[in-house]
Design a protein around this ligand. Structure first.
Ligand code: HEC
Ligand code: HEC
Length: 281
């Protein structure tokens, strides 16, 4: 079991910034996984039983209507090339990956990947957009649009249960510079509250803040349906939210800063099973 820490440290950290809820130290943390270096666990572990039940049942998961809409788009020819995703990749769950031999299974577990064109990381959202521009000769879905969120959910869910893998921390890996940049971001204090990601998600994971247990801020559940948003959201939206919470300037969707952070976060969560599209409070 993950050791539950006192809320005092968090109260001091958050100072006047955020009001703290009742001082409950009882944790519902479960399913804690062992990891070679440290314990890693999913935000699923700190979700309430009700939220977990929604995620566990695709008929109750409010993300699924967006995925269903995307499944139709998947089969629809688009752009000047008049090609559908299916024309090249087969069905989303086709293990052989259609005529191109490029399956969707595994994508969610291995992204962000290295993009030789930008010489940096590319995530699933940008990869989909690239297929739309390069291969369909179409206008790409906008970042954070219902269409792109749906399509990202459809692609990522083909990797559900697969373990997150990345070699980005190895110096020989082309993603290493992004990993370094993401790591620096993670530990850098910022905003009016002068907090780093680390202060909440590393030092104070599994403690209660405002009736909500802080998780390790892992990315294996993304994209996610957030009940608070009443909408699906990308990992970059979550980053923007966490930046806003500490009154620091958020970066743009798909920005180099967030792609580097995403690369680093994937490494922190290596070994965790892909859950997306998950449900969170
Ligand atoms: C004309 C063929 C074609 C079409 C249409 C197409 N793709 Fe692709 N897709 C590719 C090729 C080729 C690659 C490999 C990377 C490259 O060369 O661009 C790829 C790569 C991908 C990848 C990354 C796979 C991996 O293992 O890294 C994803 C995800 C993807 N496509 C999704 C889509 C989606 C979603 C659509 C429809 C919106 C789509 N593609 C439409 C040809 C296509
Ligand atoms: C002031 C505390 C605080 C800081 C600082 C903070 N977060 Fe969060 N974060 C939260 C809270 C609260 C949640 C929602 C509950 C949870 O999952 O911990 C959350 C959720 C998340 C999640 C979603 C986890 C899941 O399983 O759905 C991610 C990812 C995340 N944060 C990443 C970050 C990153 C990256 C940074 C640094 C840029 C950061 N956070 C900074 C408080 C914080």
């Amino acid at each position: 079991m993950h050791k539950v820490k006192s809320v005092t440290a968090m109260a001091v950290l958050l100072g006047a910034g955020l009001a703290l809820g009742a001082c409950t130290t009882e944790s519902t943390t479960k399913d804690v996984m062992k990891h070679p270096y440290k314990e890693v666990w999913s935000g699923y572990s700190t979700a309430t039983p009700e939220t977990r039940a929604m995620q566990d049942d695709d008929f109750a998961n409010p993300y699924m209507p967006y995925v269903d809409a995307a499944a139709e788009l998947w089969d629809t020819p688009a752009g000047e090339a008049k090609k559908s995703c299916a024309d090249c990749h087969g069905a989303p769950d086709d293990a052989k990956g259609g005529s191109m031999g490029i399956p969707m299974k595994g994508v969610g577990a291995k992204y962000p990947a290295y993009d030789p064109e930008s010489h940096g990381p590319i995530n699933v959202e940008l990869r989909i957009q690239k297929c739309q521009t390069d291969h369909q000769k179409a206008k790409p879905f906008k970042y954070e649009s219902d269409e792109l969120l749906g399509m990202t959910g459809l692609v990522v869910m083909q990797s559900r249960g697969m373990k997150r893998e990345t070699k980005a921390a190895e110096q020989s890996d082309p993603l290493y510079p992004a990993w370094l940049q993401g790591k620096a971001f993670y530990y850098q204090r910022r905003g009016q509250l002068d907090l780093a990601c680390k202060h909440c998600h590393e030092d104070n994971a599994a403690i209660l803040v405002r009736a909500e247990l802080l998780s390790q801020g892992q990315s294996n559940g993304f994209p996610t349906y957030r009940l608070k948003w009443q909408k699906p959201g990308s990992l970059h939206r979550r980053f923007r939210g966490c930046n806003n919470n500490i009154r620091s300037e958020p970066y743009a969707y798909g920005s180099d800063e967030y792609l580097a952070l995403e690369t680093y976060l994937a490494w922190r969560g290596r070994g965790l099973p892909i859950e997306g599209p998950s449900v969170r409070k």
